[in-house]
Design a binder for this molecule. Structure first.
Ligand SMILES: [Ca+2]
Ligand SMILES: [Ca+2]
Ligand SMILES: [Ca+2]
Ligand SMILES: [Ca+2]
Length: 303
């Protein structure tokens, strides 16, 4: 292990973690409601009725989003793409839950499976989480500044980006944009279910849960630090909804909740979400085993 590399890496992580109190875009704080374990939605039942039964309504729809000037730059038009999303959290599992229904005039999904890093090229959604609300860069690090090993470690380290797709031949519906694809997007840390039906329009649904990480080391959960999810905490999150209406990868539209570009690499371009506590069932669990020795984990990861 090279000492100089460790020091550089620690400084790099410090830069990546640095942010301001106002780490995210806008003044709006989106409520994310806690659900007791007994009310958690089934992510594999091909239905959003379970979300509708336990939440006051959809948390967001397309009217909360703004189009980016990507590809055709398609604006907000429900005849082209309508969507509604639900958010929730569960203190007992320390998981964040999300579901989205897309109603799309043209559905492009020829994903063949086995290529999670490229799920984004198909009608899908992107979900990002900054569990400790730091903002700052989390991907796209400059190869002229950082070594390949540093870039691999820093990508999705302090915030995470997932891509969800409604159907895949191999059943893997949750993509992950970091190197920890062998565990980060899989149970017990994360999982997704979904389905699609109809031609024009096509209705597709993606339901998922994820684990937010303050420090997500691609080499494994034992080297990583989970975000603590507790009542009234403010987290950063972002939902982006791309629309491909002709070919994979050819953007017709790209809508983001924050209205900001570069949400794939800048966590300060996320929005704020507040974890609203509940008082029924097993709500209000406080995590007890949060690992705090980040220096030890960084060193261990380089042995
Ligand atoms: Ca469901
Ligand atoms: Ca469309
Ligand atoms: Ca963070
Ligand atoms: Ca489409």
């Amino acid at each position: 292990m090279k000492k100089s590399f460790v020091l550089t890496l620690a400084a790099t992580v410090a830069v990546a973690l640095s942010g301001t109190a106002n780490a995210h875009i806008g003044t709006k704080v989106y409520p994310i409601y806690e659900l007791p374990t007994s009310d958690l939605p089934d992510i594999r039942d091909n239905s959003l009725a379970d979300w509708e039964d336990v939440l006051p309504g959809a948390s967001l729809d397309q009217n909360e989003f703004a189009p980016l000037n990507v590809g055709d730059g398609a604006g907000i038009n429900p005849a082209d793409l309508a969507y509604r999303a639900f958010f929730a959290w569960n203190s007992a599992s320390q998981h964040l839950y999300m579901a989205i229904e897309r109603v799309d005039d043209k559905y492009v999904n020829t994903y063949a499976g086995g290529d999670l890093i490229n799920l984004w090229q198909f009608d899908s959604i992107e979900f990002m989480v900054d569990g400790d609300h730091t903002g700052g860069a989390y991907n796209g690090f400059d190869a002229a500044v950082y070594t390949a090993e540093e870039i691999k470690l820093l990508a999705n380290f302090q915030a995470q980006q997932y891509v969800g797709i409604a159907e895949a031949p191999d059943g893997r519906l949750l993509g992950y944009q970091g190197s920890g694809q062998g565990w980060v997007p899989l149970p017990p840390w994360a999982d997704a279910g979904g389905y699609a039906e109809g031609e024009s329009p096509n209705t597709s649904v993606i339901e998922m849960y994820v684990t937010p990480w303050d420090e997500c080391n691609w080499q494994g959960p034992e080297l990583s630090k989970r975000s603590e999810l507790s009542g009234n905490k403010i987290i950063g999150f972002q939902l982006s909804v791309p629309d491909f209406d002709t070919d994979p990868g050819a953007y017709h539209g790209f809508h983001t909740l924050s209205g900001q570009a570069n949400t794939w690499r800048m966590a300060e371009n996320f929005v704020d979400g507040q974890l609203i506590p509940c008082d029924t069932g097993d709500c209000g669990n406080v995590p007890t085993a949060v690992e705090t020795d980040s220096w030890g984990r960084i060193k261990a990861s380089l042995k």
